[in-house]
Design a protein around this ligand. Structure first.
Ligand code: COA
Length: 249
């Protein structure tokens, strides 16, 4: 079976590399399970100080595999995608994302839960949930209006407008935008390795403090969004939009 998520160890850093380039790193259930496993491993292994998630210098991810959405849609909070995202939310170690090219759907949503996010200036981010007959997921309906204000968040979440890495950094969705995909990856790796030099317990406690105030509300919103999202996946609106993507060629 192809190695669609690569686990790479370098000192105290675990890199989870999305590796399905022929499908623009679209995420399947199997890939979510591997990502969930990687985060679980990082959380429990005392020798791992940080996790880097990347899709390489060309493409971060085209989001959920649309074929999978039709064939094995997530039914409940026990689905691989929920395991991955809940492990991301709960991970006590710093999680860094290095993003180049397209970051669509969950490719953008997951960034809202990473601690540091390095993007290329020309990265293309987009959350086309409504366009696909779906609705926002994993806390984006809470986090984005807070971060950007209702008016800007509506453009991204209701109209599904795309935006660049440069805009993501200006709006606080990303930490920094860099001139190329390679530069974003190099910066992500460099900053992730910095955690090897820091006292891990102090990092853990500080991350926990930063996340604690919103934790309960976020969990509640994620459950509400998840219930509606899984319902929407079976709606005629979504069926039409998702089949439309698959039949476009
Ligand atoms: N699910 C399944 N397959 C996908 C996919 C997805 N989300 N995104 C891309 N692919 C596949 C394409 O079908 C194509 O496969 P093929 O070569 O067998 O025909 C291959 O990946 C390359 O995609 P293509 O669209 O030709 O690449 P591009 O560079 O022109 O565009 C994207 C890249 C990411 C902008 C575009 O593929 C896209 O918009 N994908 C859908 C994104 C999406 O709506 N995701 C779900 C969000 S909830």
């Amino acid at each position: 079976m192809p190695d669609t998520i690569r686990f790479e160890r370098e000192r105290g850093l675990l890199t989870l590399r999305l590796n399905r380039p022929e499908k623009k790193n679209a995420l399947t259930c199997a890939m979510y399970s591997q990502l969930a496993e990687g985060l679980r491993l990082a959380d429990s292994d005392p020798d791992i100080n940080a996790v880097l998630i990347t899709g390489g210098a060309e493409c971060f991810t085209a989001g959920n595999d649309i074929f999978d959405f039709l064939q094995q849609p997530p039914n409940n909070l026990d689905s691989p995608v929920f395991h991955f995202m809940l492990n991301l939310l709960e991970c006590r170690k710093p999680v860094i994302a290095a993003v180049a090219g397209a970051a669509v759907g969950i490719g953008t949503t997951m960034l809202l839960h990473c601690d540091l996010v390095y993007v290329s200036t020309d990265a293309r981010l987009r959350m086309p949930f409504v366009n696909l007959g779906l609705c926002p997921e994993f806390g984006s309906s809470l986090i984005l209006p807070r971060l950007l204000g209702q008016a800007k968040a509506a453009e991204l979440l209701l109209l599904g407008e795309g935006f660049s890495g440069e805009q993501a950094a200006a709006w606080g969705i990303a930490t920094e935008a860099l001139g190329s995909g390679e530069a974003a990856l190099a910066k992500g790796r460099e900053m992730a390795l910095r955690f090897d030099e820091l006292p891990p317990e102090a990092v853990r406690i500080s991350k926990q403090l930063m996340k604690a105030p919103d934790r309960e509300q976020l969990r509640k919103v994620i459950e509400e969004e998840g219930a509606l999202f899984t319902q929407r996946l079976r709606s005629p609106e979504a069926m039409t939009a998702l089949s439309g993507f698959l039949n476009r060629h």
